[in-house]
Design a protein around this ligand. Sequence first.
Ligand SMILES: [Zn+2]
Length: 407
Amino acid sequence: MRWIIMALLLGVFIFETAVSILNQKHSLRPIPRNVRDVYDKEGYKKWLAYSLEGHRYGLVQRGFNLMVFLALLMGPFASLARWVSLQTTSPIFQSLLFLGIYQTFVLVLGLPFGLYRTFSLEERHGFNRTTKKMFFRDTLVSYVVTLALGGLVLASIHALFLRYADNLWLFVLITWLGLAVLLVFVAAVLGKWFMRLFNRFTPLPEGDLRTRIEELGTTVGFNVKAILVMDASKRSTKSNAAFMGIGKTREVILFDTLLERMSDDEIVAVLAHELGHAVHKDTWRLLARQIVVMGLFAVGIGFVLQVPAFYTAFGFSDVHFGFATILFSILLEPISLLLGIPLNLLSRQAEYKADAFAAEQTDRKWLISALKTLSRENLANLNPHPLSVHLYYSHPPMGERIGALQG
Ligand SMILES: [Zn+2]
């Protein structure tokens, strides 16, 4: 059993590395004709350098994480569980302490990588605007939120497991319902709250752009409650825009970086694309899909908790809830790679439809030039390998997207 799990981890690593190398090779091919003007000669050189470095960085980080994780599986996890069981007799506190220590270890281990990524890699390529102080604050806040929220969710699932240990399907069903409710709550309430933890939002001043966005909303039947500018530029130069909320009333979020770089026509086109998602009810569809995935997760957790051999193989005396969540995350990797294929396909189809909607509402030429600006500023890969697109791309590659708009 131990070797099967380890081989699984290694297999996923080798597969993802191979895809990453293929992708890197593929990006050296000639750029599709319709996006050839995204980068000038200098810009393209810049892009190649950034992409190659990101690829190498990813390989080193994933390789390092894999080695540490394999080493932990060889004994330290079981020793940690034994030590934790001496500290408290409550099984739920044991799981929380076990996973809390593991999470803290993961945080400390990841810190040098995060620092290098932000202050060396992104910095050298001109993306980074974060200060060290803000970096540590962000890291600390997300660590505390992860521990608090993750701890609450895990303690609840563990309590359910203790209560319904003899009725696995009831446990799976209640876990699923709980996770689904949590998902909806995060989408409707917590998501906004999280963004406010990290960013400041100010209303877009009165003026031409504001009027045009409000008019656009009204034309397609949405009430635009607020148009807010997010201070994304304090962290990164990358830009984005979004429509937040569900139902007929929406909030528009514009990254200040987007305002810096795009004309009003382009911004309105980008927002028309976002409105397309709302009109097509893509948020609901996505939520429905995520709820189905949560059901699979619940079954997965139930399954992992049923096989004592999983635990004895790694030096545990019996089923251990804390270690079960770690095993679950290992088994999840290949499963989510596979699940990603149909889910990303559906998502890419929704993107084409939202683009078509925006082209109808505004002028396709503004959306095309906005997409080109976004690609350039975000240093998008204009030539990803098809396998990489199938596995990871929730949005179509830019050449194909613009190709579809040009008809
Ligand atoms: Zn979209």
